[in-house]
Design a protein around this ligand. Structure first.
Ligand code: GDP
Length: 491
């Protein structure tokens, strides 16, 4: 268990900007398709040696509700309850440019009564003048007021140093860890519940022969951002190659598994084919994240689908890479060159030109997702190992998905999201019985596995499972990860 810092405050004070600023890593959309954006509400963050979960309670429950004034007030106050219940430290965000409004007061009153440590982030401090105005916020009744600008990054260091200093020491948090032995005997959730991701994440680059797997690995290992650890012997022959990716000054370790299997295969006769399939299956089973490589020019073949099936069956996190994009671009260019040129001549706007190109990516991406519909949780990105196109995005996608896999959703936040989902769409009753949910808890991180205590597990239908998984995805992201829901009758 790690500490939990929650950001609360009424809408539009800049909570999500603050969240993104503190979480540091860009809350990126890895899909190479326009229009796929999601807000996340929780992130694992490390700040000055403290690891904690950061939650933007504002994102919960307001995801789809219409935002009438009374709903906003109610939701804001509910979030405060949630934060009081779950968080060790609370950051109350307020907007300097608007000053204190009655809802700020109401929220502050509730927080004060709770006795939890509260820091006020007086946000949108963009000039000297408003910095003075931030003092006004001491009226909310907390001594710790930090003028910040989430957008420009000012004041964040002071705020977070103070916040992390208030987190309970690690030993206390560890003692508070819930005993999850009750889940033993549930086959789907075997394995460790905590610290299971110690050590580097295992990455497998899989796909049928000739899609460009080795080319991608070669190109990646030459990237400045990738540091392949020197190991005795020749790196190429090693079966598992440790490597690190550096970005934003953070290094992350991975283990690229079974790279020997990727060495340029000799002729593909039947027996080699058999071994290559077997080998692919083994690496999928060993991996935490699978990068499924497809050949853009060849499209999606039966063999690609088989590999994808295996990834789904093994419940692995996945990123779909459509490689050799240069070839498609070339043919697209040939057929559309004239038309595009004609239109480009009219527009000097770079963005507009970019959008024109993205339309093709979008169309293609949609086509891929339709054909691999059973793998719909995987982001699709387009690369060219030959030109280097988007290899940086591949690294970013890996890092992003790795991040999602390490997410541990606090129980109270999870239950809140679950309640909202059930409230928005009740399960259909069958033969006079209706499925009821009592309580949910995350029992595993990779893949994210949630145990749902229900009245009768046989009432948990597939469509409802899909619906709930979708709602959890909306709340917690989990791009690239399968979400496993295990209903269990309450003992
Ligand atoms: P693997 O069997 O999946 O490891 O595939 P390889 O990396 O050996 O690549 C198969 C063939 O495709 C080789 O001839 C590569 O040069 C070529 N290739 C790989 N990636 C690209 C790419 O992005 N664009 C183009 N045009 N060719 C590529």
């Amino acid at each position: 268990m790690s500490g939990l810092i929650a950001i609360v405050g009424r809408p539009n004070v800049g909570k999500s900007a603050l969240f993104n600023r503190i979480a540091g890593r860009r809350i990126a959309i890895v899909h190479d398709m326009p229009g796929v954006t999601r807000d996340r509400v929780s992130a694992e963050v490390e700040w000055g040696g403290h690891a904690f979960t950061l939650v933007d309670t504002g994102g919960i429950g307001l995801l789809r509700r219409e935002k009438a004034a009374d709903v906003i007030t109610k939701a804001a106050l509910e979030q405060v309850d949630l934060a009081i219940e779950a968080a060790h430290v609370i950051i109350l965000a307020a907007n300097v440019q608007e000053g204190i409004v009655p809802l700020d007061q109401e929220v502050a009153d509730k927080l004060r009564r709770s006795g939890k440590p509260v820091l006020v982030a007086a946000n949108k401090v963009d000039t000297q003048k408003v910095e003075a105005a931030a003092l006004e916020f001491t009226e909310l009744g907390f001594d710790k007021v930090f003028p910040v600008s989430a957008i420009h990054g000012e004041g964040i260091v002071d705020l977070m140093n103070a916040a992390t200093a208030l987190l309970p020491p690690r030993e206390i948090l560890e003692k508070a860890e819930v005993d999850e032995d009750v889940f033993e005997g549930t086959p789907e959730v075997e394995g460790k519940t905590k610290s299971e991701l110690k050590g580097p994440l295992k990455l497998a680059i899989v796909g049928r022969p000739n899609v460009g797997k080795s080319s991608i690995i070669n190109a990646l290992t030459q990237s400045e951002r990738v540091i392949v650890s020197p190991i005795p012997g020749t790196t190429r022959d090693a079966v598992d190659v440790p490597f690190e990716v550096e970005a934003d000054g953070i290094r992350q370790s991975y283990l690229l598994i079974d790279t020997a299997g990727l060495r340029k295969s000799r002729r593909v006769d039947d027996s080699v084919e058999f071994y290559s399939v077997k080998r692919t299956e083994d690496s999928i089973a060993r991996a935490d994240i699978c990068v499924l490589v497809l050949d853009a020019e060849a499209g999606i073949t039966e063999q690609d689908k088989k590999v994808a099936d295996k990834i789904v069956e093994e419940r692995r996190a996945c990123i779909v890479v459509v490689n050799k994009w240069d070839l498609v671009e070339e043919s697209v260019r040939e057929s559309r060159e004239q038309e595009i040129e004609r239109r480009d001549a009219k527009t000097r706007d770079r963005d507009e030109r970019k959008v024109r190109r993205l339309t093709t990516l979008g169309e293609f991406g949609q086509w891929v997702q339709e054909h691999l519909f059973f793998l719909d949780y995987a982001p699709v990105i387009f690369t060219s190992a030959k030109s280097g196109f988007h290899l940086d995005r591949l690294l970013e996608a890996v890092r992003y998905v790795a991040d999602q896999l390490q997410q541990k959703v606090p129980t109270s936040i999870l239950n809140r999201a679950l309640n909202d989902a059930v409230e928005n769409r009740q399960p259909i009753s069958a033969a006079g019985h209706r499925l009821k949910f009592f309580y949910a808890t995350q029992v595993r991180q990779a893949p994210p596995t949630f145990l749902l205590f229900v009245n009768r597990d046989e009432l948990f239908s597939d469509p409802y499972r899909k619906y709930l998984a979708g709602e959890l995805r909306k709340a917690f992201g989990y791009e690239g990860c399968p979400i496993i829901l295990v209903p269990k009758p309450r003992p």
